[in-house]
Design a protein around this ligand. Structure first.
Ligand code: SF4
Ligand code: SF4
Ligand code: SF4
Ligand code: FES
Length: 520
């Protein structure tokens, strides 16, 4: 056996073990991307760098054999910075958007392209599940939202934006009108109680996601009906019947609502004492409306950016109480975010900012790149609708106009996960001349985007091991080397029997299944 020290821990491993394997055996986690257990090393990504304790040199742990007496450092500032630089170099030539522009500009950050793919396939129930991850009130917002997401839609540069808002609306309506509406899983009861003051879009959304988090929510509503500012437009631009249905559905999750409970400074202090957390969602603070002793700025209640914590411990504020806005979707999005912050606070005792995941962005599409995106979209014109919204058939036609500007593998992509973990900057090594987007789509199988490939060679090794006739190989030399199918053959031919396996093991979204929604 070989004896070595990793992060001051004595480790014993048999000869032939790599430093990475030795660290793993000792319970020490070193990230990898190009390493693939059971196949030869390729040593290309350099995210597994560690330091030799004696010489101070950095080396790749995945391909370096463990040695007797070796001293290994895996977790100091220098190894951290080296891994950050390795990731930033990979990202500098990475032509991929983890999330589509529409999703990035949606204040609730909804996964729009995935919703569109499910609607296009006729799976309205699946689409609703996707919507409900981020939006508690799709039917209401589908009627009143001015759709900032559509302003960010790339299809606008071809003809007109995808009608995202109406697509979201039909998922909500279909669900509310069916016999057994969808119920997301409700977490086991935490024994914590949260008070929400106000039942407009912000309060209802916060209450819904908090209740789903296993907390017991009580809403204090000053009127005799829930809805807050929505009540002013119900029956006008907003169908009162559908609004009531959606609110009743939210409340039936077990939320307690106390009507005609005007909260003043004295009762507020009692609520704060009695509950584990409080969310103030009272709408625009007009003169004379109490702000419960919370610090008020020029626009509304002052909160910490991204955590919504006010100057009073365990009291959070969201929605128009912070700044008056006509965007109910912003309030709804903040409801979801504050619920996540509070759930974490009730578990850990500390308030941390709500953080979106790392998202790779390559910037504007060049005109010639639209051709690549339109491979995945129908050329039809934007569908029109009356006040009643889309029918299922029209919605499916409209959803097929989406160009799917997102990545097909955003959940399990290691490049994204590590970029998030190491808080990297994509701009540090970026150059203005990026490579062009290229999408090779096989509708029954795989999508290959060569310029998201980090040339780890995993697909090359796997297709060889599994006896593919063509497989994937390295094409060209030096900086211009590419990974692809030899002899200009198609991706289908290259991956005739290994498509699902290589998609699963590709550490990025370069190779992904075309119908990723089937894996939901
Ligand atoms: S491959 Fe990974 S990092 Fe790149 S766009 Fe897709 S999810 Fe984002
Ligand atoms: S085309 Fe689809 S994915 Fe692209 S921005 Fe528009 S709605 Fe989003
Ligand atoms: S396409 Fe192949 S070489 Fe490129 S990142 Fe994926 S597995 Fe690695
Ligand atoms: S170089 Fe070691 S995992 Fe890539």
């Amino acid at each position: 056996m070989l004896k070595l020290t990793i992060d001051n821990k004595a480790v014993e491993v048999p000869p032939g073990t790599s430093v990475w394997q030795a660290a793993k055996a000792a319970g020490i986690d070193i990230p990898t991307m190009c390493y693939f257990e059971g196949s030869e090393h390729f040593t290309s990504c350099m995210v597994c760098l560690v330091k030799d304790g004696a010489s101070g040199k950095l080396y790749a742990s995945c391909s370096t054999p463990a040695e007797e007496g070796q001293v290994v450092v895996t977790n100091d500032q220098e190894t951290h910075e080296a891994r950050v630089a390795a990731l930033e170099l990979l990202l500098s030539e990475h032509v991929g958007d983890c999330e589509a522009p529409c999703q990035l500009v949606c204040p609730a950050h909804m996964n729009i392209p995935l919703m569109n793919r499910l609607i296009a396939a006729g799976d309205f129930a699946g689409a609703l599940k996707v919507v409900k991850r981020d939006i508690a009130i799709p039917t209401i917002l589908g009627q009143i939202c001015p759709a900032p997401c559509e302003a960010g839609c790339r299809r606008k540069q071809v003809d007109e934006a995808v009608s995202i808002c109406l697509l979201k609306r039909i998922t909500g309506e279909e669900d509310l009108n069916c016999e057994t509406p969808y119920w997301p899983e409700i977490a086991a009861p935490t024994g914590k109680r949260v008070a929400v003051i106000g039942s407009g879009p912000a309060g209802l959304s916060a209450a819904w996601y908090l209740q789903l988090g296993g907390h017991q929510v009580t809403i204090f509503e000053k009127d005799g009906r829930a809805g807050g500012d929505l009540l002013k437009i119900a029956g006008d631009v907003l169908s009162g019947e559908m609004m009531e249905k959606e609110i009743a559905y939210i409340l039936s999750s077990g939320i307690e609502i106390l009507y005609r409970k005007e909260v003043d400074e004295t009762s507020f202090a009692k609520i704060v004492e009695e509950y584990d957390a409080v969310v103030v969602a009272v709408g625009t603070l007009k003169e004379g409306i109490p702000s419960f002793g919370l610090t008020r700025g020029a626009q509304g209640i002052v909160v910490e950016k991204q955590s919504f914590l006010t100057t009073t411990p365990k009291v959070f504020a969201i929605g128009n109480a912070l700044r008056s806005s006509k965007l109910a979707v912003r309030s709804a999005g903040q409801g979801k975010e504050v619920a996540a912050v509070i759930t974490d606070f009730l578990k850990t005792g500390s308030v941390k900012p709500y953080q979106e995941r790392f998202s790779s962005k390559f910037g504007k599409l060049a005109d010639i790149e639209f051709e690549q995106y339109l491979k995945d979209a129908e050329p039809t014109a934007r569908q029109q609708s009356g006040r009643e919204g889309f029918s299922r058939e029209v919605a499916m036609v409209e959803a097929k106009r989406c160009m799917h500007c997102d990545c097909r593998n955003p959940e399990s992509c290691l490049l994204r996960e590590l970029s998030d973990r190491y808080q990297v900057s994509q701009r540090r090594f970026s150059s203005p001349d990026r490579k062009m987007v290229e999408k090779l789509i096989h509708r029954e199988g795989i999508v290959y985007e060569p310029n998201k490939c980090i040339k780890c060679g995993i697909c090359v090794r796997l297709t060889k091991q599994h006896g593919e006739e063509f497989g994937f190989t390295f094409i060209g030399r030096g900086f211009d080397v590419k990974v692809g199918v030899p002899f200009n053959e198609t991706v289908q031919k290259g991956l005739s029997k290994t498509a699902a396996m290589v998609a699963k093991n590709c550490p990025t979204g370069a190779l992904a299944m075309f119908r990723e929604e089937e894996q939901m």
